[in-house]
Design a protein around this ligand. Structure first.
Ligand SMILES: [Zn+2]
Length: 124
């Protein structure tokens, strides 16, 4: 059984999410003009706990960055769609009752009016 050796420095240089070596270039806690909100996205979508003061890598690679972006986009879209479905359900219930009643009324009124006008014309 081969002995596995790794230094703390080596660990720190790995991608926090996929452990890729020498590819981690994006700071999880990066705060710049272009805010990636990486930390928020990772915490929301992945079972990974990250603290500013833990001893684990604070960077991720480009591949993981785009995956996290995709995950977060999917996460937010499912949350939005859930709300949309509930909104539609409320509209759908109200609509089906309204539409049925209106259609029956309009059809009945049209028939009656037509007959009445015909009667008046015949009488004169
Ligand atoms: Zn990675």
């Amino acid at each position: 059984m081969a002995e596995f050796k790794i230094s703390r420095q080596e660990i720190i240089s790995l991608c926090r999410l996929c452990l890729a070596k020498d590819l981690a270039s994006i700071d999880i806690f990066e705060t710049g003009s272009e805010t990636r909100q990486l930390f928020t996205k990772i915490v929301a979508c992945l079972p990974v706990q990250i603290m500013t003061d833990d001893s684990l890598p604070k960077k991720i690679c480009e591949v993981c960055n785009s995956k996290v972006d995709d995950f977060y986009q999917f996460w937010t879209s499912t949350a939005k769609n859930q709300k949309q479905l509930n909104d539609w359900l409320q509209i759908a219930t109200t609509d089906s009752i309204k539409t049925d009643t209106t259609q029956i009324k309009v059809e009945a009124d049209d028939t009656r009016q037509g007959e009445e006008y015909d009667d008046y014309d015949d009488g004169d």
